[in-house]
Design a protein. Structure first.
Length: 44
C-alpha cells in the first residue's frame, strides 16, 4: 500500500483510501496451483 499512498493524490484517489486487498505476485507462485486474477487498469 505504500506505493499506492505515494501516488494517491496524483491519481485523484479518494481519501481515506477505500478498502483494498493487495497481494504481491511473488506470493502467488505455487508450482502446481493455477491462480486466476481479475484486474482493471484506468488510464487517462
Amino acid at each position: 500500500m505504500a506505493g499506492i499512498e505515494l501516488v494517491a493524490d496524483e491519481l485523484g484517489l479518494p481519501q481515506p483510501l477505500p478498502p483494498v486487498s493487495v497481494i504481491g505476485v511473488d506470493f502467488l507462485f505455487e508450482p502446481d496451483v493455477l491462480v486466476e486474477l481479475e484486474a482493471y487498469a484506468v488510464l487517462d
